[in-house]
Design a protein. Structure first.
Length: 476
């Protein structure tokens, strides 16, 4: 007799679909089979039982940047994530001005404690203001369950120079960490931005020009060359274009441990969406910006064939008035970059990827939970429906058709770029560690239920070998 049994669902297992029951004891999956009995039972007839999603790239309750703070804290952000079928997130310990990397992690942990309703980890972030002891800071954080660090190649106050870039890569290689990189060429962006301003071309449509595909491609190539030189593992976050995706593919042929992440906005929003009246167009401003139909097609194919490894939201929550700086005619130089998406991430891919047959079940599970768990050190606890792992589950009604819109979502952000889009499939119950967090359209737990999850780094001995340590005359 188990504590809880989920009965009669169509369960997404590693080797495919199965009509079976799932037994849960002490928050973990205790058995998978038929005829299981429990003190409590959740009937899952007609529903698909999926692993809870892992969103490994989102922003919550960060220090004020660009004159505006985040609309979502760890309470509202994790509630929104849960209603979208996500059971674990890994946001960033984002530093404020002159804040150390450790100080930023401490701040994020303080903000999350007592507020989150689902489980969470944290990524470290290194900037030029991190301090001279970056190696020591990262090593200390490794002992606290942090296993990844993010670097920016653009944005004033965040972009790192090449010397610091290499120091972080070398340290990460030693620790078995993965380095996440926002890859855009900062000098090119500043140059083009100023030329557009000088020409008076500040309409929102010019955001695409100021952050061109070429600028992203060049930075992606350079970042991956740095990974090749150091042997570090690297994720290129929010790959937006065919050009950047091809750079990742080329790096892999050279043996670089390169991972590619994309986000819904790069499949469902296009550059043409910025060519609207300013107030409307502002809903679609994020960086890198939306791209061309060619890039949409290329990224869909990469999702299908494995060229893209991760499907993340890059949830960047701002109230709309703050996003446009309360202007009635916002331009690309004054509009804050970033859109919400923590709740719509899975429904969009479930509807347009899994249900349409574009994606196999295997690819869908890889993109939405399994790869994130494996890449970011959560596989010991999360990411799959398997005995011994946390009972993080989402029960989906695959026939539910509904319309995405601000009124239907749970983020405090007062707009969504997907307003009016109809999708099929919706999570009707979401469990974290065997406890229903969402059921019958209502939140079932109190803020603070969510726990910090310590992540595990990879074995440094299995990391790539720095290119300078190879023997040149043996390298064909």
């Amino acid at each position: 007799m188990h504590e809880l049994v989920i009965k009669g669902g169509r369960v997404a297992l590693d080797d495919g679909w199965a009509e079976c029951d799932i037994a849960i004891d002490d928050g973990r999956i205790a058995a998978i089979g038929t005829g299981l009995t429990g003190k409590s039972v959740i009937g899952a007839g007609g529903r698909w039982v999926m692993p809870g999603g892992i969103d490994a790239h989102c922003h919550l309750d960060q220090p004020v940047w660009g004159g505006a703070g985040n609309a979502d804290d760890f309470e509202s952000g994790t509630i929104s994530a849960a209603f979208g079928g996500t059971t674990c997130i890994v946001p960033f310990g984002m530093p404020g001005p002159d804040m150390t990397t450790i100080g930023a992690i401490d701040r994020a942990l303080d903000r999350a404690t007592g507020r989150a309703v689902i489980d969470y980890g944290l990524h470290a972030v290194v900037t030029m203001g991190t301090g001279s002891d970056v190696e020591q800071q990262l090593s200390q954080l490794a002992g606290r369950g942090i296993a990844s660090v993010k670097l920016f190649m653009t944005y004033q106050g965040f972009a790192v120079d090449d010397d610091l870039f290499f120091r972080v890569l070398d340290t990460a290689h030693t620790l078995g960490w993965i380095v996440m990189v926002h890859a855009e060429n900062d000098a090119a962006i500043r140059r083009t931005r100023q030329r557009l301003i000088d020409l008076g071309r500040t309409d929102i449509r010019y955001h695409v020009v100021a952050h061109s595909e070429t600028m992203e491609r060049e930075a992606t190539h350079r970042a991956l060359a740095f990974a090749e030189m150091t042997g570090a593992r690297m994720t290129i976050v929010h790959v937006s274009s065919w050009q950047s995706a091809e750079e990742v593919a080329r790096a892999r042929t050279r043996g670089v441990d390169a991972i590619a992440e994309t986000c819904p906005q790069y499949l469902f929003i296009g550059a043409a969406d910025l060519d609207r009246p300013a107030i409307d167009a502002a809903r679609f401003v994020f960086s890198p910006p939306p791209r061309s139909p060619r890039s949409h097609q290329h990224l869909w194919q990469a999702l299908i064939d494995g060229g893209i490894d991760l499907w993340s939201s890059d949830h960047s929550p701002y109230f709309f008035a703050d996003k446009i700086a309360r202007s009635q005619t916002p331009g690309f130089i004054t509009t804050l970059s970033g859109i919400p998406g923590i709740e719509t991430r899975l429904p969009l891919l479930f509807s347009e990827g899994l249900l349409t047959g574009r994606l196999t079940l295997e690819r869908y599970l890889d993109l939405t939970s399994r790869n994130a768990a494996a890449i970011y050190g959560l596989a010991h606890a999360k990411g799959r429906v398997a005995v011994g792992l946390d009972a993080d589950l989402a029960l989906w009604d695959p026939t539910a058709t509904w319309t995405l819109g601000h009124a239907a979502l749970h983020s405090r952000v007062d707009f969504t770029p997907y307003e009016g889009r109809t999708v099929t499939g919706r999570p009707t119950a979401v469990l974290v560690r065997g406890t229903p967090v969402v059921a019958d359209g209502k939140l079932q737990v109190q803020p603070g239920f969510g726990q910090f999850v310590e992540r595990t780094a990879a074995d440094p001995a299995r990391s790539g070998k720095p290119v300078e340590e190879t023997t040149p005359w043996l390298d064909a």
